[in-house]
Design a protein around this ligand. Structure first.
Ligand code: PLP
Length: 465
């Protein structure tokens, strides 16, 4: 059977039949992938030049097809070096991605099998494994046993899908006329306000003065608001500073006001894996919906975000898609209630079971290894804070709560920070970008890869002397 599917002797030449497998090409790609996975300190690379990239890509897509060797060379020599490696232990900007080799290998299985994860009917095996992970996450968060959800492409998709549910429920509960409003702190990720824009709710953005959002500030903002409160959105680990909002206080306020309580734990939610860190997310268990992104701090490949609902049936009532071609696949109503269809819990339809790479790696390595890997980022952030405090030319903006450190170089302008950042990338020491903090340009480091070293941190800080 294998022989029948292997292209006969044409190795790495122009492709023949669309569905022939070129054995040599397959071996080369697998070998290159394995080499990449075996390299921890992968090249950081740099931003490419648009004209050079255009030139490299010119005339590759033709009516007859292009030689595979040439295509791979273009990828290896032109395209890949123009992608800054977010899985490098030296990538300390934004929120890095550091997938375990096991999860990447299993991602290849998800692709090779063309696994789909739309419905229980077609994909029960994949859905069952994804649900095992979602169940574990819900358990660690402290949600009730009936909680559940779905893996979506990212935190943005999770925030949007949760806001669709919040909006519909708020419409049903509406006590009078007036715009629906969702309260959110000014440090929330922009995907939250964008989601509110998409669903047609007004964002009541609370000024937090650089502090985590708490119930007191939220209540004060609500006093001046004439709209109908539909949702309160808290953040467990802000993207810029890694701050955790007052999850308990905001949850209590949402309950008191009858509003949906969503927690964006896209970055910080991974801390539930650590016995030592879990308490920093106290109150997460009061959420109606939570987003945790394994493609951030749970070492899964892109694109993987877990969206959990306290009461999944509420989300199902909102997100279920009806169509003649779907209704005929249901057995009877009772069975339909039991069947877990991932399409029912977000705005999507076709999806890969993107929770499977995490499922495999988690089952393989065990949850303790995940807790320790998350703690490594927090510990390195604490060490970086000590190293910063010990240097007279540097000043911490605030003590890190999770694994993000903000600090300033005394006397520097925005231009100095940009030069420092460019030089470090130029010398392939680290990818660090300055950020804005209350009107000031400051330095920011996000630690996530467990193999990021103290030596790299020292090199980054010494470059500011
Ligand atoms: C707190 C938070 N929420 C949402 C997002 C958006 O997630 P994604 O880029 O996976 O859509 C991010 C991304 O960094 C984030 O840090």
């Amino acid at each position: 059977v294998v022989e029948r599917h292997l292209g006969a002797g044409r190795g790495l030449s122009v492709a023949g039949d669309l569905f022939d497998l070129d054995h040599e090409l397959a071996e080369q790609i697998v070998a290159e992938c394995l080499q990449r996975l075996a390299t921890v300190d992968v090249p950081l690379n740099r931003t490419g030049d648009a004209a050079a990239l255009d030139a490299a890509l010119r005339e590759l897509i033709t009516a007859e097809g292009t030689n595979a060797k040439r295509l791979l060379a273009v990828f290896r020599d032109q395209l890949a070096p123009a992608v800054i490696s977010c899985d490098s232990p030296r990538f300390l900007s934004f929120v890095p991605t550091a997938p375990t080799p096991a999860s990447v290998l299993f991602d290849m299985i998800v692709s090779a099998w063309s696994l789909r994860g739309i419905s229980w009917l077609v994909s029960s095996g994949a859905v069952a494994a994804e649900n095992q992970v979602l169940g574990l996450l819900a358990d660690l968060v402290g949600l009730p046993e009936r909680a559940g959800g779905v893996f979506v492409t990212g935190g943005s998709a999770g925030n949007l899908s949760a806001m669709v549910v919040a909006r519909d429920l708020a419409e049903q509960r509406r006590a009078g006329p007036g715009r629906l409003v969702a309260l959110v702190g000014d440090q929330a990720h922009p995907s939250v306000t964008k989601a509110l824009h998409v669903v047609g709710m007004d964002a009541l953005v609370v000024d937090t003065d650089g502090e985590p959002l708490d119930a007191e500030r939220a209540e004060a903002a609500l006093r001046g608001c004439s709209g109908q409160l539909g949702a309160i959105v808290a953040v467990a680990g802000t993207t810029n500073a890694g701050l955790v909002d007052d999850l308990e206080g905001l949850g209590a306020l949402a309950a008191e006001r009858g509003a949906w309580y969503h927690v964006d734990a896209a970055y910080g939610g991974a801390a539930v894996f650590s016995d030592r860190l879990r308490a920093r997310l106290a109150g997460l268990n009061t959420a109606d919906s939570v987003v945790i992104d394994p493609h951030k701090w749970l070492f899964a490949p892109l694109e993987c975000a877990a969206l959990l609902y306290r009461r999944p049936e509420l989300a199902k009532a909102v997100h279920t898609q009806r169509a003649a071609f779907l209704d005929t696949t249901g057995t009877d109503e009772e069975d339909e209630k039991e069947e877990w269809n991932p399409r029912d819990f977000a705005y999507h339809f076709t999806r890969r079971p993107r929770g499977l790479p995490l499922w495999f790696s988690l089952a393989l390595h065990g949850t303790d290894a995940y807790g320790a890997a998350v703690e490594a980022g927090v510990d390195l952030a604490a060490e970086a804070a000590r190293l910063i405090s010990a240097r007279d030319y540097l000043e911490l903006v605030r003590q890190p709560q999770l694994s993000i450190v903000l600090f300033r170089r005394l006397g520097w302008s925005a231009r100095d920070y940009r030069r420092w950042s460019a030089r470090l990338l130029d010398e392939q020491v680290a990818f660090v970008l300055p950020t804005g903090w209350r009107g000031e340009t400051v330095a920011r480091l996000c630690f996530l890869h467990p193999r990021t070293t103290r030596e790299t941190v020292i090199e980054v800080l010494d470059a500011m002397a």
